[in-house]
Design a protein around this ligand. Structure first.
Ligand code: HEM
Length: 485
């Protein structure tokens, strides 16, 4: 019975696919095969680079039977997400996302609901000091905890995102903003929350997630990692509910302490019932999921590159020594006087995106619900995949796009060179809402680590610059030595 159902479904999908390919005025792309689409056209070493080379900055790629518009290049990004922002802002529908978050929260919601949640998140982040001294002080406090803990660990082990000090430190910044408190690095509950979040956030970009998107009914009956992630989401909720209950008991509405307090205020005021406790849980999950792995991965890449390029590490440290010295902590105001260090951080972002795979951008697509005339093609109801990596590695932007070279962000006088096309946080209405927060975290954590330690390889070990697949790509697990300065 199940086999018959599957066969009928496959035939139907193939007919729809052929109809789409033959009648749509879609951008160019390779001819798709039934069920698997263009999977065979995606290269292993440079998954989607070949599409850009053969078809230009706007091409069609079939993920299974579903057509997507693949965007590469800054100009096509600008046209879609800035000039036609009203059309290309919603998220596409994925069964896996629907199952995990019911289309709620911040990252995967669309329309009025997304607009409301995003407006609120931006206001809350601003209220709690993004770009202000209060937040800077709490990040600096976390930098001290991190450096003290690294001092006790040698060699310093940097595993996958789970359970390592850098992720703990970064997660604590979100904890402060959302819960109003931090966790000790050896807190079992803290690690459980991170473990569950990791399961949930890795699922949509995993093969299990892709299978679920293709065959949701079938997959919901089968065992696999998707079931672990669903269970993790269920286990995560009571932790967050416990925090919400505590906040309800202790809060003073005239003096909100954190994101949850502000959200509870909004629930009381909201007549459209879009601000609910359930939605609060999904928003908190999104803030942790989006705000922890990304920043922690960038910092782990930063340490790895410093070990791989000791001459760059030395230059960064001597700049920090000259401008800040060893007696005080780095401050955001030091940024303008540390052009080399700042350029190194930007270059690390570019390298990190080099390792981003096609699959990771898949969940950041934008849905065009209305017909639009885009680069000479009529587009309707298809997913759009922006490939950020293509912009960051554009030969016209960076003289040596495949080399780690901080000079990409320096002018001839050694001053920091700002580039419009540097958009690791994306552009348009979906631009990452806490860009300033991430910039602050990256700068303060990186300069603090460079001020306190020299990072060296372990004798006889070769460090790999290969990236892992994740929401954002991290380096493979590695061990290094941290020698106090
Ligand atoms: C190195 C650090 C980070 C990078 C590179 C980064 C990058 C991105 C990118 C590329 C997007 C997708 C934008 C789009 O769909 O066009 C995004 C979305 C998002 N990020 Fe980040 N991010 C970082 C850190 C953070 C942090 C610390 C937070 C926590 C406040 C955060 C929260 C979010 C949220 C909530 C969204 C969804 C926005 C929406 O759909 O409206 N991110 N980020």
């Amino acid at each position: 019975m199940l086999k018959k159902h599957f066969l009928l479904l496959s035939i139907l999908k193939t007919v729809v696919l052929l109809n789409n390919v033959l009648t749509n005025n879609m951008p160019p792309g390779p001819f798709p095969l039934p069920l698997i689409g263009n999977v065979l056209n995606i290269g292993f070493t440079d998954p989607l680079g070949s599409f850009q080379r053969r078809y230009g900055d706007v091409s069609t790629l079939y993920l299974g039977n579903n057509p997507c518009i693949l965007l590469t290049g800054y100009e096509s990004f600008k046209e879609a997400f800035v000039e036609q922002a009203d059309i290309f802002t919603d998220r596409p529908y994925f069964p896996i996302i629907d199952k995990l978050s019911k289309g709620k929260g911040l990252i995967f919601s669309s329309g009025h609901m997304w607009h409301q949640q995003r407006r609120f998140a931006l206001a809350a982040l601003k209220y709690f000091g993004v770009g202000k001294k209060t937040l800077e002080n709490s990040i600096l406090q976390e930098c001290r905890f991190l450096c003290d803990s690294i001092q006790l660990q040698t060699p310093f082990f940097l595993s996958q995102t789970r359970f390592h000090l850098v992720t703990d430190a970064v997660a604590n910044i979100i904890c402060g903003l959302v819960f109003g408190h931090r966790f000790e690095y050896d807190d079992h509950k803290f690690h459980l929350i991170q473990e569950y979040l990791d399961d949930v956030f890795q699922l949509p970009i995993s093969n299990w997630g892709r299978l679920y998107n293709q065959f949701p009914t079938l997959m919901s009956m089968l065992p696999g990692k998707h079931q672990t992630a669903f269970a993790s989401m269920s286990k995560l909720k009571p932790f967050l509910q416990e925090e919400i209950i505590k906040h309800k008991e202790e809060r003073d509405p005239s003096n909100p302490r954190d994101y949850i307090d502000c959200y509870l205020d909004e629930i009381e005021k909201d007549s459209e019932a879009e601000f609910t406790e359930e939605n609060l849980i999904y928003c908190v999950v999104d803030l942790f999921g989006a705000g922890t792995e990304t920043t922690s991965n960038t910092l782990r890449w930063a340490l790895l590159f410093m070990v791989k390029y000791p001459e760059v590490q030395e230059k960064v440290q001597s700049e920090i020594d000259q401008v800040i010295g060893q007696t005080r902590q780095p401050l955001m105001d030091d940024r303008t006087n540390l052009p080399y260090t700042y350029a190194v951080l930007h270059e690390i972002h570019v390298r990190q995106h080099y390792y981003l795979h096609a699959s990771q951008n898949g969940q950041q697509g934008h849905d065009s619900r209305r017909t639009s005339h885009f680069e000479g093609h009529f587009i309707f109801g298809v997913m759009v995949l922006p490939l950020l990596k293509s912009i960051l590695q554009d030969k016209n932007e960076n003289s040596t796009p495949y080399e780690f070279n901080p000079a990409h962000f320096l002018d001839e006088n050694g001053k920091f060179l700002k580039k419009d096309s540097f958009i690791p946080f994306s552009i348009g209405k979906r631009l990452y809402p806490g860009e300033q927060l991430a910039r602050m975290e990256l700068f303060l954590f990186f300069t603090s680590l460079m001020q306190c330690f020299t990072f060296l390889p372990l004798e006889g070990r070769t460090l790999s610059l290969k990236g892992t697949i994740g929401v954002s790509s991290g380096p493979e697990p590695f061990q290094i030595r941290a020698v106090p300065q």
